[in-house]
Design a binder for this molecule. Structure first.
Ligand code: ADP
Ligand code: GLC
Length: 480
């Protein structure tokens, strides 16, 4: 089976969050199952060298607002290291903009996002049709990820000899909404612009396009698959999702055990496994305390956080929990980046409590790994969480996670067995669960059991990749 996995980000080249990691690890796991997997992503500025060293597979002529583009395959060594074949959509005018994949340096959305991601979707659709620009290669499955790829299932519907399409929702809170009149330049026919098509409260919704037209819809945990069919977490699309419930599947993310593995992690000073976890974590905790200017106290319970700083992630709840962590003798290290108001409040809080709280604002891969390895427990009080990856990393690093019972957090952490689970997402409930965690920590044999149960989990991608392959087979039946 030929799979085109289309995504706006893919680690290690471009990553703003979990989607980037999933876009590297899942294709690798699918390729290991023997599938022919190409990952298609825009050639942003950071990828220019890959384009220069790659091989041009096709020249794609300009069409309407879309400039001419080239499809470039990364060099063999790059593909070999990745475990799949990387295809880049090279169109400097659209993709080589200053800033990140979605926003400019002032954190404003790029003004051409509709055109940029519609072009990515259009090229993906063609690669899954008889009009494929690559001679001899046509996808059987076009696997789309989040709103930037949401128009591909719609475009595919109008192309001859089409592939089946899968739409994976990583986060329904981001929908790709644009003025409806942009639709005309994006080659979307009028009959699609109604409420039963891509229209969402008088706007054009890329995400809704994916949901309406895809042959199968997946999301990244079974609990989130249920939650998004309800008003509270459906972001206005709960009706559409309920209508398509028969083709909606929840498949929990895995982790890339080559990147997130305490026994081989090159970012941490002391590598360890379940047998050596005690000494390993003690050394990493000391390194973390030293890096974050905290006193080198081996007994102070050290709470770690790595997160986008947003309402979704409950960063404000963490702020409210700080006095309790301190009064119980704990320490807190927090790494994140996000809403300016939260960043300011967290910086101020760290200044108030030197030697007890360290806040690092920014994106820092090596500190993220050191926090997983050096903290005693990991705080993740997300109000909603489609899957979440850090709680999975925390389990395998022997750092019991404290999570709110939602989405993938509820599906991956077992209260009092591998971590701590609380609800509802309020300061009071968080305070009660932190109290429970402190008392468990003060009972070393019980704490050790918690660590060992978490580390015994098998959280790699193999099982979930097999589930995706079954969904591909089901989706193909809708086309044949
Ligand atoms: P989301 O995609 O919603 O942000 P996930 O838990 O799925 O949440 O994935 C987040 C990923 O991004 C994790 O691998 C996490 O370690 C990483 N990450 C988040 N913030 C930072 C940061 N400030 N520095 C380094 N890595 C980060
Ligand atoms: C999104 C979600 C997160 C999930 C990630 C990868 O960013 O917010 O929960 O783990 O996608 O699927």
């Amino acid at each position: 089976m030929k799979i085109l996995f289309v995504t706006p980000e893919c680690a290690p080249w471009i990553k703003t969050g979990g989607l980037g990691e999933v876009s590297a690890a899942l294709p690798k796991a699918l390729a290991e199952r023997g599938l022919d997997v190409k990952v298609l992503m825009p050639a942003y500025t950071a990828l220019r060298q890959l384009v220069d060293e790659g091989q041009v597979l096709a020249n794609i002529p300009a069409q309407g607002v879309w400039p001419a583009a080239r499809l470039v395959q990364a060099a063999p060594a790059v593909n070999q290291a990745a475990g799949f074949t990387l295809w880049l959509l090279n169109c400097p005018e659209l993709y080589e903009l200053a800033g990140g994949p979605y926003q400019n340096e002032s954190s404003q959305d790029h003004t051409t996002n509709a055109v940029r991601f519609a072009w990515l979707s259009q090229v993906a659709a063609r690669l899954g049709s008889q009009l494929s620009p690559v001679p001899g290669w046509q996808a059987d499955i076009v696997h789309c990820n989040d709103w930037p790829t949401g128009l591909a299932p719609a475009y595919l519907g109008r192309l001859p000899g089409r592939a089946a399409s899968i739409m994976t929702i990583h986060n329904l809170a981001f929908q790709g909404l644009f003025p409806l009149d942009e639709a005309h330049k994006l080659d979307l026919p009028d009959e699609w612009l109604s409420v039963s098509g891509l229209e969402y409260w008088s706007q054009l919704s890329f995400m809704k396009g994916g949901l309406q037209f895809a042959d199968a819809i997946t999301t990244v945990s079974p609990t989130y698959a249920r939650e998004i069919q309800e008003e509270s977490l459906g972001f206005g699309l709960q009706g559409v999702l309920r209508d398509h419930a028969d083709r909606l599947h929840g498949i929990l993310n895995g982790i890339d055990t080559e990147v997130w593995n305490p026994a081989s992690d090159t970012f941490i000073p002391q590598r360890y496994d379940a047998a050596t976890v005690k000494a390993g974590k003690r050394a990493n905790k000391a390194a973390l305390q030293s890096r974050c200017q905290l006193p080198p106290d081996p007994d102070a319970m050290l709470f770690g956080v790595v997160s986008r700083l947003t309402q979704q992630k409950g960063s404000d709840l963490i702020l409210q929990a700080v006095p309790q962590v301190i009064s119980e003798g704990g320490q807190l290290v927090m790494l994140g980046k996000g809403d300016a108001g939260l960043e300011d409040a967290l910086r101020a809080m760290a200044q108030q409590h030197p030697g007890r709280v360290h806040v690092s604002i920014g994106f820092d891969e090596s500190l993220a790994h050191l926090i997983e390895a050096g903290a005693d427990c990991f705080l993740m009080p997300s109000r909603f969480e489609p899957c979440g990856l850090n709680q999975l990393y925390s389990l395998v690093y022997g750092t019991p996670p404290i999570v709110h019972a939602t989405g993938g957090l509820a599906d991956s952490v077992v209260d009092d067995a591998t971590g701590f689970v609380f609800a509802p997402p309020t300061a009071d409930a968080l305070s009660a669960v932190i109290e429970r965690a402190f008392s468990r920590y003060r009972d070393p044999p019980a704490w050790e059991r918690l660590i060992q149960s978490g580390m015994a989990q098998s959280l790699g991608w193999a099982g979930s990749a097999a589930r995706y392959e079954s969904v591909y087979r089901i989706a193909r039946l809708r086309v044949i």
